[in-house]
Write a protein that binds this ligand. Sequence first.
Ligand SMILES: [Zn+2]
Length: 221
Amino acid sequence: MGNGGRVQLQRERELIAEFARRLRPDGLVIGTAGNLSVRSGDLVAVTPSGLDYDELTPATICVVDLEGRVAQGRCRPSSELPLHLQIYARSDTAAVVHTHSPYATVLGTVVPELPPIHYLIADLGGRVRVAPYATPGSQELAVHLEVALAGRAAVLLANHGAITIAGSLVRAYSRSLLLEWLSALYYRARVIGEPSLVGDEEVARVGRFLREYLGTDRDAP
Ligand SMILES: [Zn+2]
């Protein structure tokens, strides 16, 4: 164990274990297809591979460096860790939530973007882009992610799932819930007709208001 045996990123690991246990009841994952991470300095705490979410405790959360090397104890990080590291390498975001949530995943196979169906999409930075499919962890996907996430806090991954980012795990997680809700809203609206949309200028205005009201400048996309 490195660092003289001191437990690293304890608070981050507690948070990840807490939110990972919420993934299933919140309808964000099927099976164990979902993973969370938090960066602190040059270390990242991330959910482990192959463990049931209900079994997760702070001690089971992996700590890795920015190259993905396990920094403490014996641990097998999520197989989707490269996805998280690619985002940390290209932005200064502090938390990443990745899921295969049902409606967001459906939309990613059909539409080129999630349009402003509701004003709250402002919290995601506006229209949510769909990153074209590429093998998870590949350099190709890293490039797609960078393009799709520019100025945004969320992205749909074609034929894969969804990602949200924020300055804190609490906020990244709430954005995943929002993205899934917006995706379901859009899907349902399209079933019965062509939904009306909120203008991009109005979304930008609401975004400014949310940042002022919530004091989330640090978390802004
Ligand atoms: Zn995935």
